[in-house]
Write a protein that binds this ligand. Structure first.
Ligand code: ZN
Ligand code: ZN
Length: 495
């Protein structure tokens, strides 16, 4: 199992103010967390910071806390059903190692925390440059707690900032092929972006372009999630996929293409022929640091919205709306929009990217019934006009810009949702940045596994696709007659 911690920008500000002291002394506090459990990674989602009152701790160069403070924290954790994080600061920068006193203190706390909460103690240290380090103390035997360092600590809000533990996720080496990319934003940003584990949900016209753009940006770890099969009618819109792929799984075919074009052989591309609404797809998405939503259906969008808030994994989403004129002699209009969804940003439901009624409709299976679809009103999303490759490239480019803006924030600038109008060529950015007041997804924030238990389902269409994939084209049979015919044809030619 791998480990990580997530903090919202809001709590990061609170922690930083308390822990990084002007007098250079160390300080401490406690916080609460919920668990987010993926297939390969467990994450502590910090939900609440409980600062000490006067007399709760003694600051004397190093710092220590009193029993009353810990007792108070224990009772709040018990009431909320949360785990406990013990946090302290060091007067130096970067990922912090642990002193013998640090180890002793956390070893002493581990059994007490486990007894009160049933969860492992999470220890964290912040440096003067706001770099974090973190570890889980897991009970391995009676009275024995093993320390597991986190591979990263992620601070998420209007932007995304990660501190990596270089020993667990080493800085990648970039050869000359990436010299121009690195010259755009420097070594440090490049190694931070490149180490993000990125999931692409949907390997269609938008997802396939984004996947290649991410490989060309130097991303080291991609997860492709899609159960769909390549069809003839997809070939005018799938990046890197040709007629030989018809009948095969989109995710595998896209992976094969990316493996062909990648420069760095260490780059890992994982292809999963599942839907995000199925357990396998869902749990693999929880292992990622960022997700790209390249789906066009309400049900997967709803699941991704839940992941963005409950598990605090930012989702970059986009959508296209086009239609021809009545006589189909020209395009009537085309618009596409993109946005980053997650803590401190507006959710897909508030953005109108799906409606709960349509999620229920898709779950019922009625969207597969052609007669039922005909009965739906003309402005229903199922009647939207078809996308074309050039528009998909437009959406993919805007999603990549949202992604880079979110990670880089040049000059401290960032932006919210953007919508491009093809007819006028204008980009609209006048949208609310955060959710509506009564948005129910805000109540899910940081609840992790508790909020999404039982959310995944059996997806019959996905199962049908998997059962019918053409794995590889059957070799053409050559009859004895053809061999003899070719032999004589050859003889005649020679004569
Ligand atoms: Zn320390
Ligand atoms: Zn909302």
């Amino acid at each position: 199992m791998k480990y990580s911690v997530v903090i919202s920008e809001e709590l990061q500000v609170k922690l930083k103010r308390h822990l990084i002291r002007a007098d250079g002394q160390e300080d401490l506090c406690f916080a609460l967390f919920n668990l987010s459990t993926g297939l390969e990674r467990t994450t502590a989602l910090i939900t609440e910071v409980l600062l000490p009152d006067v007399g709760d701790r003694n600051v004397h160069g190093n710092v220590s806390f009193n029993a009353e403070y810990f007792d108070r924290i224990s009772s709040v954790a018990l009431k909320r059903g949360c785990g406990i994080v013990f946090i302290h600061s060091h007067p130096s920068s970067g990922w912090q190692p642990m002193s013998n006193d640090d180890i002793k203190a956390e070893e002493m706390l581990s059994p007490r925390v486990k007894a009160v909460t049933g969860k492992p103690l999470v220890g964290m240290t912040i440096g003067t440059d706001e770099a974090w380090s973190a570890r889980f103390w897991i009970k391995s035997a009676p009275k024995t707690y093993d320390r597991f360092f986190c591979e990263s600590v992620r601070v998420i809000g209007k932007g995304l900032r990660l501190t990596y533990y270089d020993k667990l996720i080493p800085k990648p080496y970039f050869n000359e092929a990436f010299s121009r990319t690195i010259s755009a934003w420097g070594d440090n940003k490049q190694s931070n972006i490149a180490r993000l584990k990125i999931g692409i949900i949907g390997c269609g016209s938008v997802g396939s372009v984004i996947a290649e753009a991410l490989i060309k940006t130097g991303i080291q770890h991609l997860v492709l999630i899609d159960f769909d099969t390549v069809e003839m009618k997809n070939l005018d819109r799938l990046q890197g996929i040709g007629p030989a792929s018809v009948g095969k799984a989109k995710a595998y075919e896209l992976k094969a293409h990316l493996d062909r074009v990648k420069v760095d052989q260490n780059v890992k591309v994982l292809a999963l022929p599942y839907s995000i609404v199925e357990n396998e797809g869902f749990l693999s998405a929880l292992d990622c640091d960022i997700l790209f939503s390249c789906v066009d259906r309400p049900w997967p969008r709803f699941i991704l919205n839940c992941i963005a808030y409950a598990h605090m994994i930012p989702v970059i989403d986009g959508g296209i709306d086009t239609n021809p004129n009545k006589s189909v002699t020209n395009l009537d209009q085309a618009r596409w929009k993109t946005h980053v969804v997650g803590p401190e940003r507006r959710c897909m439901c508030c953005l109108g990217q799906y409606s709960p009624e349509d999620v229920a409709l898709e779950q019922s299976g009625l969207l597969e019934d052609q007669n039922y679809i005909k009965s739906l009103p003309k402005d229903h999303f199922v009647h939207r006009g078809e996308n074309v490759f050039a528009f998909s490239v437009g959406v993919a480019a805007m999603e990549m810009q949202q992604f880079l803006s979110f990670c880089l924030q040049p000059r401290g600038q960032y932006y919210g949702p953007k919508e491009f109008d093809f007819n006028s060529g204008t980009i609209d950015s006048d949208f609310p940045f955060v959710c509506n007041d009564k948005c129910e997804y805000l109540l899910m924030l940081g609840l992790g596994d508790i909020a999404t238990q039982g959310l995944t389902r059996v997806h019959e269409i996905a199962e049908r696709h998997r059962a019918n994939y053409l794995i590889s084209p059957a070799p053409k049979k050559v009859s004895v007659f053809t061999i003899i015919k070719n032999f004589f044809a050859g003889l005649l030619k020679r004569n």
